[in-house]
Design a protein around this ligand. Structure first.
Ligand code: SF4
Length: 254
């Protein structure tokens, strides 16, 4: 049941669209209001978080990143494409895309309209095609055509925010990272109150304080899967939830 790898803040930071304007406007809240939107994270300890992750591990032993890739470049491209788009749809498109485009040069040399056509029907395919070409151009100019295994270098690439960078570092380079997508954000704030922040980058910092460092990547995937398959946005399935006894959410369903 693949679902989207949303990260609105990251996507909107790179995509000047109507959706961008709408979401950007929403995020312009006074800092004090943002901090009061959720309970503070201090009620959680790393020991309690470990219990949560242990239970989620038993519930989702097969949890994994649902984007298909065989190289750091493919994962970078797929993750850019996955912003506000279903992983399943991205995988359908990349199945052919990655046979045609194997190196950064391949993305740069084609006319923009051709890459746009090859990315269709992925959402925002025109903007994403433009970002992918600029990203690959920068890979060629500054990194010898290789995807850098470095957070600062990755976030300096067009179309790449911290979530995308952390996904690439975790799953292409084996680093322990926390990638805050829409599911991780929802569970970390309004549901489990791991963080009182609303900005994904700040939520990431809170999770880095709470999660055992050796479980950053796995813990993130487990929370993501729990958000996709049990603790959904519209109606969480609290009656089937393996961490219900530990969850502080005020509006649990029965
Ligand atoms: S008890 Fe409900 S709200 Fe809490 S984590 Fe489980 S599904 Fe989500």
């Amino acid at each position: 049941m693949p679902q989207t790898l949303l990260n609105f803040e990251e996507f909107n930071a790179t995509m000047p669209s109507a959706a961008t304007k709408k979401t950007t406007a929403k995020t312009k809240k006074p800092v004090a209001r943002q901090k009061s939107a959720a309970q503070p994270a201090h009620t959680w300890t790393t020991a309690k978080i470990s219990t949560i992750l242990d239970r989620l591990e038993k519930a989702y032993p097969d949890a994994h990143l649902e984007l298909n890739f065989t190289s750091p470049l493919e994962l970078l491209i797929a993750t850019i494409m996955a912003a506000q788009c279903l992983d399943k749809l991205v995988n359908q498109v990349t199945a052919a895309l990655f046979k045609k485009y194997r190196r950064p040069e391949d993305y740069v040399r084609v006319p923009p309209a051709e890459l746009e056509k090859d990315l269709h029907p992925v959402t925002f395919y025109q903007n994403k095609a433009r970002l992918i070409q600029r990203c690959c151009q920068q890979l060629l100019e500054q990194h010898g055509g290789k995807v850098p295994a470095d957070l600062d270098a990755l976030v300096a690439l067009p179309g790449v925010g911290r979530k995308t960078a952390n996904v690439v570092l975790a799953h292409a380079f084996g680093q322990q990272t926390v990638a805050v997508d829409t599911h991780v954000k929802r569970l970390s704030t309004e549901r489990l109150h791991f963080s009182a922040q609303t900005d994904p980058d700040k939520i990431e910092m809170d999770l880095r304080q709470l999660f055992p460092p050796a479980r950053y990547t796995r813990g993130t995937i487990l929370v993501q899967w729990h958000g996709r398959y049990t603790c959904q946005a519209r109606r969480p399935q609290c009656q089937n939830c393996v961490i219900a006894a530990l969850c502080p959410y005020e509006k649990k369903t029965s």
